[in-house]
Design a protein around this ligand. Structure first.
Ligand code: AHR
Length: 656
């Protein structure tokens, strides 16, 4: 191979490799957002989701959700418990958590709730974090209930570790009591924040040095219907007041259905911006364009001026609750304009003031917005045009990511892309979920792509080991190495491809709807799949400018299952070569670093290799396949290196 070190080409976007976050597979509640109580406010349907009465309710006369004189307008519903006179045993309720609660020995957990005493003598309760076998991991009494709603808070310190604990609230006394907004939150959160995120999962993200964080999806942006769409204004402000919404991924894949999947929005837009800042990623919110998911109802917002008010956070909105179901396009456009103000506006602006009130006086420096997810056809373009116009008119510097239809449907994509080019979209968000060999065969996808017009945002992609939508997909090395091969094509075309992110990002091993996924976790532990390490190797070695690579004999990239790309890393003063050997035999390569000056005598190799293409990582073997480092010799301007069977190798040599 020859790498033209003295002929640097296009600049690599500094945000090139990023993250796609969607609340699918319990990625938010039950994952990154570590609230342990499911349905803390009794506002879901059914309202007692996640809860059950102790002893099957044998010692309760009443166990029901009510709505008269609730804690607040936003927290209307609460649970009322009335003990049964003379019944033996404990009276109270328990919460199952999200497939149990992950509890660590020595860990501290803040229990908080509202209580109001009715007739009788219930002066308090005993909170117990329990194991499945009846063992108590932590116990704390809470006393002082009155006949008015009051908030109570106590810290429970655990004496043991359990993946599937639960929370039991045992009433002390006899009579009636009302409870609401019951939260059990670990003190150990990212940066120790009270409403902070799960540390091991944030660390995995940060370790990747991601260029951007795309949120909140995915299909949940669209919703199955417009009334179930994601509305960012409903996800900010007081956490206890955020109204839960059924998750679009509820009931997906019937064989492992999760008929209990809500979005609590404890992880809302403020927290997404904060997370982006924490991990050094540019925030990239994707907003609904006035269309519900075209794979579901396909509902369309009427074009034109506002006919509906939003929920409690919408300006001018009177009554709380979800937005009415038929907002016109202007409502969606206004949401986008207000989002820029929320992220970047001064304290003196209405939406900037809300950010400041939440604790972030400095702007979040939002630079990009995505309009629509996986939407296509004339209905999309019709809505996109006024949407983009209004956004650019008010915020000319905001870059717009536009949507394309499901890929790899070339025709659909090409048609949309042409029109979006005419409309000056900065990016087209292209998705590819396809078999592993598709990724290797399509390494040249952007080699002849038009150099003018919107750049590509490869906003969702993942090789599927079985087929797209199959619950049997696995995160195999075959998938990951094929993604690595394909990514040499993204890197070589850095003048066209500006951003890329694997999808989906997270999956709970006990509650997933989609496979494969980049990072897997249970209630206590997590691991990166081989695809995670491929993404990380690209992100940490993205360099600054593309270097032209000539393959042996002048062949096309990918010939004989050898794939390569190269970049200069001006910051480190290195030349970086990426090589994929998709073959069961070792392969000796000779790399001529043509025109290089001042090359180091040794270089550093990072290698992922497994002869067995079915290799996977797991909770038990989290790093079975992960990059290994070694050094190699550089002779003059040549590197002679033997690529391991089925390997992805990154070679770094000091020089330019
Ligand atoms: O990543 C899972 C889903 O795949 C996303 O929600 C959607 O955009 C795509 O169809």
């Amino acid at each position: 191979l020859t790498v033209q070190v003295n002929k640097p080409g296009a600049a690599v976007n500094k945000n090139m490799y990023g993250l796609f976050f969607e609340d699918i597979n319990f990625a938010a509640d039950g994952g990154l957002y570590p609230e342990l109580v499911k349905n803390k406010s009794f506002e879901t349907a059914p309202a007692l989701l996640g809860w059950k009465a102790l002893q099957g309710g044998a010692n309760l006369d009443a166990y029901a959700v009510r709505a008269e004189q609730g804690v607040s307008a936003a927290n209307k519903q609460y649970v009322r418990l009335t003990t049964r006179a003379g019944a033996p045993g404990e009276a109270g309720i328990e919460n199952e958590g999200f497939r149990g609660m992950g509890i660590k020995a020595g860990g501290e957990y803040t229990l908080s709730f509202y209580a109001r005493r009715g007739p009788g003598s219930i002066g308090g309760l005993t909170a117990v974090i329990m194991g499945e076998k009846g063992q108590a991991l932590a116990t704390a009494p809470v006393t002082g209930f009155t006949d008015q709603w009051q908030r109570y808070s106590v810290v429970l310190k655990a004496t043991g570790t359990l993946n599937k604990a639960f929370l039991k609230l045992v009433l002390n006394g006899a009579g009636t009591v009302d409870l609401d907004v019951v939260s059990l939150f670990p003190k150990d959160t990212w940066q120790g924040r009270p409403n902070g995120l799960r540390t091991d999962l944030v660390q995995l993200l940060k370790d990747m040095k991601p260029g951007f964080l795309r949120f909140p999806g995915g299909c949940i942006v669209e919703g199955r219907t417009l009334s179930e769409r994601y509305q960012w204004k409903e996800t900010i402000g007081d956490v206890a007041s955020r109204q839960p919404l059924i998750n679009r991924w509820n009931m997906e894949f019937k064989h492992r259905s999760t008929p209990d999947y809500y979005q609590s929005f404890g992880l809302g837009f403020y927290e997404y911006f904060q997370l982006s800042e924490d991990i050094g990623a540019e925030p990239l919110p994707i907003l609904n364009v006035g269309m519900a998911c075209q794979f579901n109802s396909g509902e369309l917002a009427p074009m034109g001026t506002a006919s509906a008010k939003g929920g409690p956070n919408a300006e001018g909105a009177g009554a709380p609750g979800a937005a009415t179901s038929d907002p016109s396009l202007d409502v969606f456009i206004q949401d986008a304009l207000d989002l820029v103000e929320f992220a970047n506006g001064p304290a003196s602006s209405p939406w900037g003031a809300k950010r400041v009130a939440m604790g972030h006086p400095a702007p979040f420096n939002l630079k990009m917005i995505g309009i629509g997810n996986e939407q296509w056809g004339p209905q999309y373009l019709e809505r996109y045009e006024p949407f983009a116009k209004a956004l650019k008119a008010k915020y000319p510097n905001i870059e717009i990511v536009s949507s394309a239809g499901p890929s790899p449907d070339g025709e659909l994509f090409d048609k949309a892309s042409k029109r979006l080019g005419e409309l000056n979209a900065e990016y087209v968000d292209e998705h590819y979920y396809a078999k592993a060999d598709w990724f290797r065969q399509n390494v040249g996808r952007y080699d002849n792509y038009a150099r003018k017009g919107p750049k590509i945002f490869a906003g969702e992609y993942a090789a599927q080991s079985v087929s797209t939508g199959s619950p049997d997909n696995k995160n195999t090395w075959d998938c990951a190495i094929s993604e690595a091969a394909f990514m040499t094509g993204l890197e070589r075309n850095a003048d066209v491809v500006g951003m890329a992110s694997y999808a989906p990002l997270f999956a709970n091993v006990d509650a997933w709807q989609w496979t494969p996924d980049m990072i897997w976790f249970d209630n206590l532990n997590s691991y990166g799949s081989p695809s995670y390490y491929v993404q990380k190797m690209y992100a940490l070695n993205k360099g600054t400018q593309v270097l032209p690579v000539t393959m042996p004999g002048g062949a096309k990239n990918g010939t004989d299952n050898l794939f390569a790309s190269a970049v200069a890393d001006d910051k480190a003063g290195d030349v970086v070569v990426k090589l994929v050997n998709y073959s069961s035999s070792p392969r000796a390569v000779s790399i001529n670093l043509a025109g290089a000056k001042k090359l180091g005598k040794t270089g550093r190799a990072q290698v992922m290799a497994s002869a067995d293409l079915q290799t996977q990582n797991s909770l038990q073997e989290p790093k079975k396949l992960a990059p290994q480092e070694s050094s190699f010799a550089v002779r003059g301007s040549t590197v002679s290196y033997t690529l391991a069977p089925n390997s992805f190798t990154v070679l770094r040599v000091a020089g330019k």
